[in-house]
Design a protein around this ligand. Structure first.
Ligand code: ATP
Length: 220
């Protein structure tokens, strides 16, 4: 059976999710108060509804409870975003993912039972900041409030050294969880493996430890 996903709010974020889902084998329901938005994306969904997601009876009549995942991508209207999330959880939707406009909005969403809260603007800002500050950081991914994963282009200083010899855990408190080499991904690399030119190291650590490492490497 096809997965059924509902996207509420067709701003840039909700719209791009809908376009991406349309490429996958998924039944997509979209809901937006704005008819023009619903029309704009008509090639990308199976069912489109012009309506207000704070209307509980409307959500019920759409059988929203049976959807595998509902994404609340309402932007500026924080009140509607919170109310919609609350109604969806009350109606028994198993997985509700809601976009937060700021950290207070995010905290409220967590308290009222949103299963996943996403902060796309904040996360993208952080990722870009890391890439700007360190020329070697090619990707940055937050995994908790205090821990992240970075992809780091290995420096000449690392070449032909074994992971063991780099002593990253002891020196910086961070671990190499994988190495991207050509088109391969070496997961949980053996400590005896040597780093080669062009390797991209995937590192995990606390934000503080990773910052310390990035600064140290940039100054070398
Ligand atoms: P993005 O950055 O993703 O573009 P945004 O902050 O610009 O987000 P908005 O335009 O504020 O997003 O809202 C996204 C969409 O949500 C809009 O198309 C708007 O019509 C729709 N929307 C707002 N409130 C509701 C609601 N209660 N029910 C359904 N759709 C809603």
């Amino acid at each position: 059976m096809k997965k059924e996903i509902a996207v509420i709010g067709l701003g840039r974020f909700g719209g791009s999710i809908v376009m991406e889902l349309s490429e996958m084998d998924v039944d997509v329901l979209v809901i937006d108060t704005d008819e023009a938005r619903v029309n704009e994306y008509q090639d990308y969904y199976s069912e489109g509804v012009i309506g207000d997601s704070t209307d509980e009876a409307m959500l019920k009549s759409l059988g929203i409870k049976n959807y595998d995942n509902v994404i609340v991508a309402i932007g500026d209207n924080i009140q509607s975003s919170i109310l919609t999330t609350l109604i969806l959880k009350d109606l028994g939707v198993k997985k509700v993912t809601t976009k937060a406009q700021n950290s207070y909005h995010g905290r409220v969403l967590e308290k009222i039972g949103a299963d996943t809260v996403v902060h796309p603007e904040r996360d993208m800002g952080r990722r870009i900041a890391h890439r700007l500050v360190s020329s070697s950081v090619v990707e940055y991914l937050e995994v908790s409030n205090h821990h992240s994963i970075i992809e780091f282009t290995s420096s000449a200083k690392f070449e032909n050294k074994r992971i063991n010899d780099l002593n990253m855990r002891k020196k910086f408190g961070i671990s190499i969880i994988a190495i991207k080499r050509d088109n391969d991904l070496i997961v949980s690399p053996d400590p005896n493996i040597s780093i080669l030119s062009g390797d991209i190291l995937i590192l995990i650590g606390s934000d503080e430890q990773l910052n310390h490492f990035e600064n140290y490497m940039d100054k070398l």
